[in-house]
Design a protein. Structure first.
Length: 161
């Protein structure tokens, strides 16, 4: 483990939070010059999913956590936290980061439209965020490159009882 990472781990006590874990992971990722795609390929997992796990919003298996920590030269405390179930909570205020704000805006403007079309095509239900995958791609376009976000969730029908 590099001296910088060893010192960073030493500073963080045994009650490390997911946020502190994320800081260590992102620091190690940057210091090694890796992208999320590089990490995903080395671990044989999805790019978006591993980024989400490293940012504290999903948990990993022991094998993936160990392989990630080996790749990034991080210690067992990070490995353990990667395997813990996350508490998926975020601020309820309007986000200020432009990328996150635009997604918030998209849901605000098109949320009812998305819900209506899902209802027409599938019936009364929701799209799962548990049985779910997401891909983010870049599409070359002469008018300016495009961001392509694919959300793929299982349809869950509401039931009566």
């Amino acid at each position: 483990m590099s001296e910088i990472m060893t010192e960073a781990v030493r500073v963080v006590n045994k009650s490390m939070t997911k946020e502190e874990m994320t800081d260590l992971i992102v620091t190690a990722k940057k210091s090694k010059g890796l992208t999320w795609n590089d990490i995903a390929e080395k671990l044989n997992v999805g790019e978006t999913w591993i980024a989400s796990a490293c940012l504290g919003m999903n948990s990993t298996s022991e094998e993936i956590a160990k392989n990630l920590c080996e790749l990034l030269e991080l210690d067992d405390s990070v490995c353990s936290l990667l395997q813990e179930y996350p508490h998926k909570e975020w601020a309820k205020t309007i986000p200020q980061d432009p990328v996150i704000y635009r997604l918030y805006e998209i849901v605000g403007v098109y949320g009812d439209t998305i819900k209506e079309i899902i209802a027409e095509k599938f019936g009364d239900g929701i799209m799962s965020a548990i049985d779910f995958s997401m891909d983010i791609d870049k599409e070359k376009n002469p008018k300016g490159d495009r961001v392509v976000i694919t959300l793929n969730g299982k349809f869950l029908k509401y039931t009566s009882w």
